[in-house]
Design a protein around this ligand. Structure first.
Ligand code: B12
Ligand code: SF4
Length: 525
């Protein structure tokens, strides 16, 4: 029996990745005295699995059951309920790719009642709530509370009220500290812990925050905490080390997704992390988001990242057009960026994997500089292993969008020359009549598809998601990195990842979880 139960999902259909936000929240609630069970992988939770879990985890004192929307589907009208690439608008026929009778399928179709009613059937006093990055699309879920934004403080305040620890009374919408900036807690000393109820396996890649937010404010960026003084949100080295050691000793974890918005925002941070990593009793490997212009200005970071164990990264290059680059807030000359990425590959070596992206449709940019970028990506010696272009997505002030994180361009699109001819389509389908030769989302999308199909496809042999599966062919990441591209391609071509995901998660997670819950349940009866 738990005080709180949180349902969350993996990032993508066929990858084994934990819902980090919910584990972060659970750790915070436990630290404050509430027992908390996190249920991952909701996209394969059927009614049977759901009932079995809740029958044994909700008790007379259970305060609340929550659902994380962060990795749930977008629900724009006329767009497929489950969109693999929401930034691209999705296609109507892109709806069939996940379990037909799962919790996520039903939530995405607004079929909530069987799921929510079941909680109330077990304990009518237990409250229900949703939170996470996509609450806008789930506001009509019949839950008692909707928690807006970054959840640590608001969720704890709500629980304190439900448990009687405080006399505060909350409306349905809980929205008094959506950035979790209240000084009642300290992000810098917080640790995200997993428990025996999570059945973490050694080959899994876990997530890690070193700092929170981003000190920059790029015009197209809709991350929730941009413009935040990140030095105030940088974890203490002992805290980071403790989390890494705990995960290694308890679960055997050695691989991480570092989810910081911009991992290399300061050289001091890179130095600190390299020092921590080099003193660990294991060799850590990680993925992170990097800014190439910061590496160019502080080239010593390239070596520090290597010392720390960088294995994969994503560079948001966005544009090779100088005027556009200046406008968005990433104003470095493309030649310098290119030179820096070559240096990265030299230092990090062939086993590293570099991905990068270009946005099509930003102000001032015409096709000539997009093609210039594409030419670089197509070079035989290009250090970028996975290049991608994508159309600029603008979420205008559509009436559906109330709490969604917005970029400067989203908020003030008309100031930058964008408009939406059909007010019902104030998401994605923008137009602009400027002196560039890209005038609409549809044109940007066509160009993006054309260019992307011309890029070389270098197999992602070290893929952290793929090596997170408990499968003998995949879990040894280093061994697969030794394979030739051809052999690796052949290996993964023969694997149905959606089935593998379903089978391994049921076998390694849901079955032992339900068994453990049954034993626990019996022991307290
Ligand atoms: C790292 C990251 C990724 C990584 C994820 C790695 C991994 N294995 O988890 C990668 C690169 C894979 C990724 C992919 C995508 N991402 Co992303 N990603 C992020 C990023 C930068 C950090 C996420 C994170 O872990 N933060 C730290 C944790 C602690 O925060 P959190 O998850 O938000 O959880 C907090 C709150 O949301 C809340 N909360 C969460 N769950 C719950 C539940 C309850 C009940 C409550 C009360 C509260 C609550 O409290 C939590 C604790 O504070 C965010 C931006 C950001 N800074 O938030 C975008 C973000 C989550 N991503 C986003 C998107 C759109 C995507 C993609 C769809 C992009 C794409 N077009 O492909 C894909 C999704 C996959 C797919 N193919 O569809 C959006 C999602 C929502 C939105 N409104 O648009 C975000 C918010 C960025 C943005 N504004 O565009 N992403
Ligand atoms: S795009 Fe990157 S660097 Fe710019 S504000 Fe967003 S997270 Fe920060």
């Amino acid at each position: 029996m738990f005080d709180v139960i949180l349902f969350t999902d993996t990032v993508d259909f066929d990858v084994k990745s934990r819902g980090y936000g919910s584990h972060r929240l659970a750790s915070h609630l436990r630290e404050n005295g509430y027992s908390c069970l996190v249920i991952d992988f909701s996209s394969i939770i059927t009614r049977n699995i759901y009932c079995e879990i809740l029958d044994k985890s909700i008790g007379p004192t259970t305060l609340a059951v929550g659902f994380s929307t962060t990795w749930m589907p977008y629900k724009f009208p006329d767009v497929g309920v489950r969109t693999r690439n929401p930034g691209e608008g999705g296609e109507k026929n892109d709806q069939t790719r996940f379990n037909e009778d799962s919790l996520i399928t039903d939530f995405s179709k607004d079929n909530y009642s069987v799921w929510i009613d079941y909680i109330k059937k077990i304990n009518p006093k237990t409250k229900t709530f949703i939170g996470g990055a996509k609450i806008d699309f789930y506001l009509n879920a019949p839950v008692d509370h909707v928690i807006v934004g970054i959840g640590e403080t608001e969720t704890l305040d709500l629980l304190d009220s439900l448990s009687g620890k405080s006399r505060r009374i909350f409306n349905r919408i809980v929205d008094h500290d959506r950035k979790a900036h209240s000084p009642v807690w300290n992000f810098r000393t917080s640790i995200t812990s997993y428990t025996d109820w999570d059945f973490i396996q050694p080959q899994e890649t876990l997530n890690l925050e070193i700092s929170r937010g981003c000190k920059f404010k790029c015009a197209y960026c809709s991350y929730p905490l941009i413009g935040q003084k990140t030095s105030d949100y940088l974890k203490h080295p002992d805290v980071i080390r403790k989390e890494l050691i705990e995960n290694y000793e308890r679960w055997g974890t050695t691989k991480y997704f570092i989810v910081d918005d911009t991992f290399n925002d300061s050289t001091e941070k890179m130095q600190m992390f390299a020092d921590i990593s080099q003193r660990l009793p294991f060799e850590m490997k990680f993925w992170c988001y990097l800014r190439a212009d910061i590496l160019a200005a502080h080239p010593e970071q390239i070596r520090l990242l290597q010392d720390a164990g960088i294995a994969e990264t994503y560079f948001g290059i966005e544009t090779f057009n100088p005027k556009t680059a200046k406008f968005i807030g990433k104003g470095m000359a493309s030649e310098r960026l290119i030179d820096t990425i070559y240096q990265c590959k030299d230092v990090w070596g062939d086993r590293s994997y570099i991905a990068a992206g270009i946005i099509i449709g930003l102000p001032y940019e015409s096709t000539d500089t997009i093609y210039k970028a594409a030419d670089f990506f197509r070079r035989n010696d290009c250090p970028i292993d996975l290049a991608n272009t994508f159309p600029l997505s603008i979420i205008g002030n559509h009436n559906l969008v109330k709490y969604m994180y917005m970029s400067e361009i989203d908020r003030n699109y008309s100031k930058y020359g964008y408009y939406f001819p059909n007010p019902e389509e104030n998401y994605f389908r923008w137009r602009k009549d400027d002196d560039t030769d890209i005038h609409s989302y549809d044109e940007a999308k066509r160009l993006s598809n054309e260019i992307n199909s011309s890029f070389k496809k270098i197999p992602y042999k070290g893929n952290f998601y793929v090596s997170s599966f408990n499968d003998d062919r995949l879990k040894d990441r280093e061994k697969n990195l030794d394979l030739s591209n051809f052999d690796y391609q052949k290996l993964i071509e023969n694997i149905n990842f959606e089935n593998l995901f379903k089978e391994t998660v049921i076998r390694d997670y849901f079955q032992p979880l339900i068994l453990k819950l049954s034993m626990h349940h019996r022991s307290i009866l």
